[in-house]
Write a protein that binds this ligand. Sequence first.
Ligand SMILES: [Zn+2]
Length: 178
Amino acid sequence: MLTLTHLLEEAKCYETVRRLRWPEGNIECPHCQSPTVIKRGKDDKHPHRQRYTCKACEHQFDDLTGTVFMGRHQPLRVWIGCLYLMGLNLSNQQIAQELDLHKDDVHAMTTQLRQAMVEKKPEVQLSGTVECDEVYITAGHKGHPEAVQKKGGKGAGGSSKGFGVGAPSQRKSRRSWG
Ligand SMILES: [Zn+2]
């Protein structure tokens, strides 16, 4: 069965997270915010996950440290795929079918992602176009409920709300994810 995750390359998903976290490429220590960070090779289990050491506080971290994706047993591309499908307003059951996962796993993932949006974790807060192979995901105002509220609950009203495909015809959800 061909699932969305077959279209998503793990390496590009990591690139995407790095670009969302550090848009200017200036990697910052999540512990002390120091910019003096050196790369320390890739993760043993995840060959695309870059590791870093902060020269200021010697804190070690990697691409996913401090993000909602940290320490999860699913590959990053499954999380990105899940976010993408949530942006299309698919139900947990539909997402489970698309990703070939158990519905309970999807329920746990969507719950965590929605919670992260409420908590304004950086990888769902920042705007930007997420490119994973052929699939484009636009990250938007999910982490900015106040911005949404200013629009009087009329919904997206623009191109910046939510994770959706980059196609111009994409209808945005008026759901606020939390
Ligand atoms: Zn540090």
